[in-house]
Design a protein around this ligand. Structure first.
Ligand code: PHE
Length: 448
């Protein structure tokens, strides 16, 4: 048994991988359609505030746990709070991650299908010109989406089995810069369309009259989901970070990149929607039905559509790596020779778990539990219950179970910041974060 623990080769590799986990369907799929239905710019500003204040504090909390122990989550909680049931926070994170990946891979499969079709000419100009119908017919075609779903999982497994440095870091170091470049190209194209300004205004000019209690709480959930918080994934990723790197600096870069992408995402999407007279409040299918229509109206639209789908694919894959990594790191427990088996067994198990979600758009579309399809139930359970619960427990755990001296040392090392920063962070994590989460949590459960 070898005990050499894999590590990120460089700080930038860690930042790209962690930003890759954060930047995913949350920023490029959910945020635009949620902003589209809940007040545009106002939603975005509230989301930004939550991300900057609460998201960063929680991200640092997860980093401190991971880097202090340098262990996979269950072991980390066990080491910090021996003989207590706190390790269940790690188990909860693993269960939540499996559930997220189970439906994430389904959407990943749709993206893959669209991408392959866009290259082979199966996307442009559907016979009726109706992209809503095309989307419906693609996602209800079991074989096509089933194979794409499996292919998405296999790509994820192949990268994760390679380990931290040779697998996740290497893939993220290619995919993330490519993602930024493609985004910039798309934003330039989008902003130079006739009538683009209307979309920019919709996205950036806040209309606070449309903001209700729901919007605020939705924005909070979105902020956590978008930074991959509450499921101990950031505990896992930071456990592979060299002791000398500054957690605060890394966290700032990750939060900064996530915000930048959320911003670019709105700028890439809304101008096109408005320029071609489409509706921004289309809901979850926005990027699948509205965008192909937008691209089909543009010169070289086919090329831009393929680029956009490639970007989505990279964003989704780099998040999927982190979701599988938490499972693999927990199962392989620092023994590299067990990684491969853990990745395949975990990944294929999650594929099977995702089959009902996939079929929710086909034979199971009429199968409702609590009035929703299987897919929607899993999404609701994870995003609105398990994730806030995990985040809440972590915000209790850190001030209660970790020594303040250790926290201070881990947090401030290499950051050039002083006692004041530590104290403010403690106030955020001990009081403000749990109160905000509890508030959001009770609202989701319909308490008021
Ligand atoms: N952050 C990812 C996204 O925005 C989703 C995610 C949530 C990934 C939780 C890992 C853990 O798409």
């Amino acid at each position: 048994m070898s005990n050499t623990r894999d590590q990120w080769k460089s700080k930038i590799g860690f930042i790209l991988a962690a930003a890759g986990s954060a930047i995913g369907l949350g920023a490029v799929w959910k945020l635009p359609y949620v902003a589209g239905t809940s007040g545009g710019g106002a939603f975005f500003i509230i989301f930004l505030a939550f991300t900057l204040i609460l998201g960063t504090s929680l991200l640092l909390a997860e980093f401190v746990i991971g880097r202090k122990t340098q262990k996979s989550p269950i072991q980390a909680y066990k080491e910090l709070a021996p003989g207590t049931p706190w390790y269940w926070v790690g188990i909860l994170g693993i269960i939540s991650s499996c559930l997220i990946l189970s439906f994430y891979a389904v959407v990943g499969g749709w993206i893959l299908t669209y991408f392959v079709r866009s290259l082979t000419g199966g996307m442009t100009n559907p016979p009726t010109g109706d992209y809503g119908m095309l989307f419906g017919s693609i996602i209800s075609n079991h074989w096509e989406v089933g194979i794409a779903h499996l292919a998405f999982i296999i790509i994820t497994i192949l990268v994760v089995q390679g380990g931290i440095q040779k697998g996740i870091e290497r893939a993220s170091s290619i995919m993330m810069p490519a993602l930024f470049v493609i985004f910039i190209i798309l934003v330039i194209r989008s902003l130079t369309l006739d009538g683009a300004m209307q979309g920019v205004r919709f996205f950036l000019q806040p209309d606070f009259s449309k903001v209700g209690g729901d919007t605020i709480l939705f924005a909070l959930g979105q902020a956590f989901f978008s930074l991959s918080l509450g499921v101990s994934i950031m505990v896992t990723y930071s456990s592979y970070l060299d002791k000398k790197e500054s957690l605060v600096r890394s966290a700032s870069s990750i939060v900064g990149l996530s915000i930048l992408i959320a911003f670019l995402s709105g700028l890439a999407i809304f101008p096109g929607v408005f320029a071609f007279g489409l509706e921004p409040n289309e809901g979850p299918s926005l990027i699948f039905t509205v965008l192909p229509a937008v691209f089909s109206e543009m010169a070289f639209g086919g090329v831009f559509l393929s680029l956009f789908l490639l970007l989505l694919l990279f964003a989704t894959l780099t998040s999927a790596f982190s979701l599988l990594e938490i499972v693999v790191s927990s199962a392989a427990r620092n023994q590299p020779e067990r990684r491969k088996a853990a990745a395949w067994i975990g990944g294929l198990g999650i594929f099977v778990l995702g089959i009902p979600s996939n079929l929710s758009y086909g034979v199971l579309s009429e199968w409702f539990v609590f009035g929703n399809t299987f897919f929607d139930n899993i999404d609701f359970l994870v995003s609105n219950i398990l994730l806030p619960l995990g985040a809440l427990l972590i915000s209790f755990f850190v001030p209660l179970k970790m020594k303040h001296q250790d926290l201070k040392e881990e947090l401030l090392r290499g950051s050039g910041l002083g006692e004041g920063f530590f104290r403010s962070w403690m106030i955020m994590i001990r009081y403000i974060t749990p109160i905000a989460i509890l508030f959001a949590f009770l609202d989701v459960l319909g308490v008021w």
